[in-house]
Design a protein around this ligand. Structure first.
Ligand code: AMP
Length: 396
């Protein structure tokens, strides 16, 4: 793997694609800086080596060009605090100001460019736009795992302008190494826990995991498609009626391969989709009309926890219920706690980004698992076996 450990940065202008797409509150204060702190090791290493750093990122999904709400200038004060030095800012990612500021940048200094997505060319993967960005530096580093599954100008296309000077940053490298470790070199038993709202989003990953895992736990909204496929009553629970055959065939495949598949045996059901709804416990397949399953029930939690605690490799992607509402967080929280216990006993636990990362953060357990990925979609696609454009561009 071509990482920044193989490059020499002294006296160089280093363009780093980072993922600073952080959530901001109404006063533009960062509410979760994980994505910024995750990029610090790469930034610090290059500064220490005597490089001058030009950071590029996107923020949010601006529709019509520059918008104050999506300006990366809001990130500058906190980034400066974290680095212990003033970070320069260019009000555009290309053009005269960016060119001049990049030119004037001295060794050990940091310049952050304005939001790349203020230009439609970024998401289109426009070569001319990528060329303009590339002209700002003489080494390219990609440390934006969260966008590695996109063939955007700054994540993939730009790499062609640095045939002998393109590298993975430390965050990219550790994301890839951890995903590989779980997929190709798991200590057994290996348990995957899949949840979230839809089975359709995760079919490919589930199918691939059936060739890898010893145990597969399925919870969350997607479990009701399985319950319905088994002929059960699911009330008004979430369901994908066009995926019933798929649910049946996944169950059959698991059986054929000798994989233990754990589905919820009971559920916390509610009479409305809100935290204050009336709730009770219902056995799987026996949910009454007008009731919906919003979390796995206590017997399911017990069964899932036992399997997880006995595992030596754990992959978790997707919550067990509507964890954002406190009354339906228990299943997800219990799974997180079982993963922490297993990790304390020597298991390697990889938590997929997106909602699982948000859940484990809600329960303050982030530091007690082996690795929490910064990529939601990117991790899913990588684990499905797809070649990520941002990774391929460096490897080519
Ligand atoms: P996904 O984006 O597919 O990973 O799904 C994550 C979302 O699924 C979260 O926002 C959860 O609130 C939601 N979810 C989990 N379990 C259920 C459920 N039983 N019913 C409805 N939504 C659910």
């Amino acid at each position: 793997m071509k990482t920044i450990d193989q490059a020499s940065f002294a006296g160089k202008k280093v363009l780093i694609r980072v993922d600073f797409n952080v959530p901001l509150d109404e006063n533009f204060k960062i509410t979760d800086d994980n994505r910024i702190t995750a990029a610090l090791p790469t930034i610090k290493k290059i500064l220490k080596d005597g490089g001058a750093i030009i950071l590029m990122s996107h923020l949010g999904r601006p529709k019509d060009g520059p918008t104050d709400k999506y300006s990366l200038k809001h990130v500058v004060p906190h980034l400066s605090d974290l680095l212990g030095q003033q970070v320069e800012f260019a009000n555009d990612c290309i053009g005269e100001e960016a060119i001049n500021k990049a030119k004037e940048l001295a060794s050990g200094e940091v310049l952050l460019l304005e939001n790349l997505r203020f230009y439609k060319e970024e998401e289109k993967g426009d070569v001319e736009f990528a060329k303009k960005l590339a002209a700002l530096g003489n080494i390219y580093v990609n440390d934006a795992f969260g966008t590695a599954h996109r063939a955007h100008a700054s994540t993939a296309i730009i790499a062609q302008f640095f045939p002998d000077a393109k590298y993975f940053g430390y965050l990219m490298a550790s994301e890839l190494e951890n995903a590989e470790k779980v997929l190709n070199n798991p200590t057994r038993p290996f348990t995957a826990i899949m949840g979230g709202s839809k089975v359709s989003d995760k079919i490919k990953l589930i199918e691939r995991l059936l060739d890898k895992v010893d145990n597969l736990i399925i919870g969350g909204g997607m479990a009701y498609t399985f319950a319905k496929a088994d002929g059960g009553n699911i009330g008004t629970s979430l369901v994908e009626t066009d995926k019933l055959d798929l649910a049946t065939s996944l169950q059959q495949k698991a059986k054929d391969k000798g994989i233990k598949l754990f589905l919820p045996v009971d559920n916390v059901v509610a009479d409305a989709f809100k935290n204050e709804a009336e709730t009770k416990i219902a056995k799987t397949g026996q949910i009454e009309d007008n009731w919906m399953g919003l979390d796995v029930g206590p017997d399911s939690v017990e069964a899932f926890s036992k399997v997880i605690e006995e595992s030596k490799t754990i992959l978790w992607n997707g919550p067990m219920g509507v964890f954002e509402m406190d009354n339906f967080e228990k299943g997800t929280k219990s799974v997180a706690e079982a993963i922490v216990k297993a990790t304390e006993n020597g298991a390697f636990s990889l938590i997929g980004g997106g909602d699982s990362a948000a859940a484990i953060s809600k329960f303050n357990l982030t530091s007690q698992v082996s690795y929490v990925s910064t990529g939601g979609g990117a991790l899913l696609e990588y684990m499905e076996g797809k070649e990520l454009p941002g990774v391929k561009a460096i490897n080519d």
